[in-house]
Design a protein around this ligand. Structure first.
Ligand code: HEC
Ligand code: HEC
Length: 409
């Protein structure tokens, strides 16, 4: 399939422990670069054909992504929980949907979604097209039915709020005519949303420029962080470049949050010898029969633009990158155990700081993670605020103010 990365089978050898901070152009850094170029593709492949920001399918998908009328309450768009300025996440521990109802999981970044072979933290959707079917009908998210979505897009009529959006109707009629021969269906809506999300690729980070030969693109601390990331930190084994995810499932021992979400996990009832109903079973909760070795395992997220999408992990339990790195440090030392299931065997092999490494491992790793921030995408000019926030722009203003290049005809 286009845009997907072949799984690198090569694991980098553990690098010799560097006791001094390497300078950007020095042999240790050069050696690391050579090893990376030998082991992994040097850049992200194109996510698919015709996915520039101004391609008609991407633009139609963008309008749908930012349209709160796809929800029954008329205030929750995809973009309410996937805000461009937060790396397409929402800054909350868990998301909040129509009626202020809390979800169970953290909304993660969408950068690099094109390269994931399993979508959602538990991987329950195999493609972005299938993924898009979920949030529209999820009672904790947009709480709508596809019948109503198709009615709204074809007629401008939003029945739940009793409003009619004439400009939106015109916009969508022209957009779907241009891209999908006028067919407005769950499948074409999902296809347009998928095209837009596939186009969210972040390139040109400091790391990319360094890998391409620009020695000074990384600071000495970031080079040191890279050595740890690809060496004794073992991070690169599950977060391999260029997408910084292996798209596979691992239990990395993320602690349960202190305040459990109100909604338990009903799937826990019979699985794997009985699991406490408030703990997230992860991968094991979605496949039947449950793969119990994957209890508490979640799909590795991409780390591109990770700096933008705090809080972190499937349950949003860590509010900063420092806290994430601290977690890996303590699991590696054997002082943290998973609340559920078996820890991935690599986790106990992580060696940070205390085993004779450079004393600034944790800080350097965080600096390296920041070097993965690259190009970002703005939302459309009309913008949107998270649910509960003020200044949420209703779809009337969304489409009644003509915005050059965004009108469908
Ligand atoms: C109420 C908040 C909310 C809304 C609205 C919402 N999402 Fe999400 N989204 C989430 C959360 C939370 C997750 C993680 C859920 C999980 O993994 O079980 C997620 C996951 C995703 C993922 C998977 C990302 C990954 O790394 O696997 C994609 C893609 C996505 N959403 C796209 C959309 C689209 C498209 C829409 C609109 C049709 C949408 N979302 C609406 C909160 C929301
Ligand atoms: C065994 C595979 C594995 C290893 C090794 C690993 N990770 Fe992860 N990483 C994951 C998985 C899986 C998650 C999601 C876990 C969850 O939510 O339960 C994750 C989550 C993260 C996140 C949060 C991203 C987000 O969007 O929420 C960061 C940051 C991160 N890892 C950095 C690192 C660093 C730094 C290292 C090395 C010290 C590392 N990882 C080692 C698999 C791994």
């Amino acid at each position: 399939m286009t845009g997907r990365l072949s799984r690198g089978s090569l694991l980098l050898p553990i690098f010799a422990i560097a006791c001094t901070v390497p300078q950007p152009g020095d042999p240790v850094a050069g050696n690391l670069r050579r090893q990376l170029l030998r082991s992994f593709p040097s850049a992200l492949p194109e996510p698919g054909p015709d996915l520039t920001p101004d391609s008609p399918a991407v633009q139609l998908g963008e309008a749908l992504f930012f349209d709160p009328n796809l929800s029954s309450c008329g205030t929750v768009a995809c973009a309410s929980c996937h805000l461009p300025e937060r790396g397409f996440s929402d800054g909350r521990r868990v998301s909040i949907g129509c009626g202020g109802i809390s979800g169970r999981r953290n909304s993660g970044s969408l950068y690099g979604a094109a390269y994931l072979t399993h979508l959602f933290w538990d991987g329950r959707a195999d493609s972005l097209e299938l993924q898009a079917m979920d949030p529209v009908t999820d009672p904790r998210e947009m709480a709508n039915s596809w019948e109503e979505v198709v009615r709204y897009l074809s007629t401008g009529e939003h029945r739940a709020t009793g409003r009619r959006f004439v400009a939106a109707e015109r916009y969508y009629r022209a957009g779907f005519a241009q891209v999908y021969h006028g067919q407005i269906s769950p499948e074409t809506v999902a296809a347009a949303l998928a095209a837009y999300q596939r186009s969210l690729v972040s390139t040109d980070s400091a790391f990319d420029r360094w890998l391409a030969g620009e020695d000074a693109a990384l600071t000495p601390a970031q080079v040191q962080g890279a050595l740890v990331f690809f060496g004794r930190g073992r991070c690169g084994e599950c977060h391999p470049p260029p997408a910084f995810t292996d798209s596979l499932f691992h239990n990395v021992g993320v602690p349960a949050p202190r305040y459990e979400s109100a909604e338990p996990f009903p799937t826990n009832a019979g699985i794997c010898g009985g699991v406490p109903v408030h703990l997230d079973p992860g991968r094991a909760g979605t496949v039947n029969p449950a793969p119990c070795e994957e209890l508490g395992a979640f799909r590795t997220p991409s780390l591109r633009n990770v700096e933008l999408s705090a809080p972190y992990m499937h349950n949003g339990v860590f509010s900063s990158l420092d806290a994430v790195v601290q977690h890996y440090w303590s699991v590696g030392r054997g002082t943290t155990s998973p609340p559920i299931g078996q820890l991935d065997h690599r986790m106990r092999l992580i060696r940070l700081t205390d085993s004779g490494g450079h004393p600034d491992d944790l800080r350097n790793l965080v600096e390296f993670l920041r070097s993965l921030t690259g190009s970002t995408r703005d939302g459309p000019p009309w913008g949107i605020a998270p649910p509960g926030g003020s200044g949420l722009s209703p779809a009337e203003t969304l489409f009644s103010q003509p915005t050059p290049g965004k009108q469908g005809s």
